[in-house]
Design a protein around this ligand. Structure first.
Ligand SMILES: C[S@@+](CC[C@H](N)C(=O)[O-])C[C@H]1O[C@@H](n2cnc3c(N)ncnc32)[C@H](O)[C@@H]1O
Length: 377
């Protein structure tokens, strides 16, 4: 890190504003053709790497830095490789069963090693907060959850829904701080729910108290009999294809004076973005909403505050995950990935290297995370 403070450069951001040009315009069509060509060349490079092409990490990073910096600043439309990325889809969340298979039901022992599995902080698969001085992954995740508590104004006694709760890390930590908070965790991943069910039998875990309820189910279909004072959703909306439907559902689950806190990957560019590589190998139909997308969908929920979290925080989180993944090779190579381990390792190294670099681009100014506080309209 240079002497300049990369975390306090938000004044460099200029809202791009403007809408995507009409589909019939020459500019739009030309952008779509160029985005397709760029995607084809990125996929060729990704698949060469997956099939064994040797590229030193330092060369990979500098290639990513120069190309991503040009794209974010001067050609953001090319960061949407497919037309579906630009618009809302029909379903609230798309490709969910495939997503579970490709990503979230991977061997738990590998994910424990990569993400970390400590006493209070269970695997957490979202940005840690480093800008307040955290020096390791566990502390960065604690500091991020402390920030969620503050921004969502959680008070003891709240009934909270965690919409896409992962391994129950956030409920476990928050219940450790508030003795009367009640949590419901919703998750479609059977493996992650198994991890939680195990913790629900462990007297040392806050998930074992009757204050925690697990619901294994799909965002698309879930219904609850009760309403919640607070709803939080961290790292999940990259799997949501229709904000209007999602906000309608969240509003229906919220008390009239309740609050919703959404934490997502976001880009400060006019359009949403994705990547052909992540769509095929990591997050089927993953879509990274632009920073203005959430507040522009204000029918059932309205955004009352929002914060851009500099991408350097996610660069450091991905770098920590990559180091932990590399350091655990001897044990994790023995697990079953439904493919040759050498290939799996290369797919995951490409993913972790690529995202670590993308979030560092332009000092984290364009590609970071967004946090949004919403109430019922
Ligand atoms: C990136 S992880 C984040 C998990 C957790 N919030 C955290 O911060 O560690 C996304 C979570 O969303 C869940 N998810 C994705 N699509 C879902 C769906 N259609 N229904 C329910 N959960 C879903 C995944 O299983 C996973 O637990």
């Amino acid at each position: 890190m240079t002497s300049k403070n990369l975390f306090s450069t938000s004044q460099i951001y200029y809202p791009n504003g403007g809408n995507t040009p009409p589909k019939s315009s020459i500019g739009y069509r030309a952008t779509r053709v160029m985005a397709g060509a760029l995607n084809a060349s990125q996929m060729a490079m990704a698949e060469a790497y997956i099939n064994g092409l040797e590229i030193p990490d330092s060369v990979f990073r500098s290639m990513m830095d120069s190309s991503m910096s040009m794209l974010f600043q001067h050609a953001p439309g090319l960061l949407a490789p497919y037309e579906w990325v630009l618009n809302e889809s029909d379903r609230l969340a798309e490709s969910s069963p495939e997503l579970m298979k490709v990503q979230y039901d991977l061997p738990q022992a590998m994910l424990n090693q990569m993400l970390g599995d400590w006493d209070i902080i269970y695997p957490k698969y979202s940005m840690g907060l480093w800008e307040n001085g955290a020096t390791d992954l566990e502390v960065s995740q604690i500091q991020m959850i402390d920030r969620v508590i503050e921004k969502l104004e959680i008070v003891d006694g709240d009934r909270i829904l965690d919409f896409g709760c992962g391994w129950g890390c956030v409920p476990n930590y928050i219940m450790s701080k508030f003795p009367n908070v009640r949590f419901t965790g919703l998750n479609l991943s059977h493996h992650q729910c198994d991890y939680i069910r195990h913790k629900m039998q462990d007297p040392n875990s806050y998930l074992s108290s009757d204050r925690f309820t697990l619901c294994e189910g799909d965002l698309n279909e879930v219904e609850f009999a009760e309403k919640f004072d607070k709803i939080l959703s961290i790292g999940v909306f990259c799997h949501v294809g229709n904000l209007t439907n999602a906000f309608q559902k969240l509003a229906s689950l919220l008390e009239s004076d309740g609050k919703v806190f959404i934490h997502i990957i976001t880009a400060r560019i006019p359009n949403n973005m994705s990547s052909g590589f992540t769509h095929k190998y990591i997050f089927p139909h993953g879509r990274y909403w632009n920073y203005d997308a959430v507040p522009s969908h204000n029918r059932d929920l309205q955004t009352i505050d929002r914060w851009y979290i500099n991408g350097i925080n996610y660069h450091k989180t991905f770098t920590a995950w990559l180091q932990r993944f590399d350091a655990a090779q001897d044990s994790i190579k023995l697990l079953d990935y439904n493919m040759d381990y050498a290939k799996f390792r290369r797919i995951w190294r490409f993913y972790l290297l690529m995202l670590a670099s993308a979030f560092a681009t332009c000092d984290g100014q364009y590609n970071g995370n967004g946090q949004y506080l919403l109430t019922r309209s």
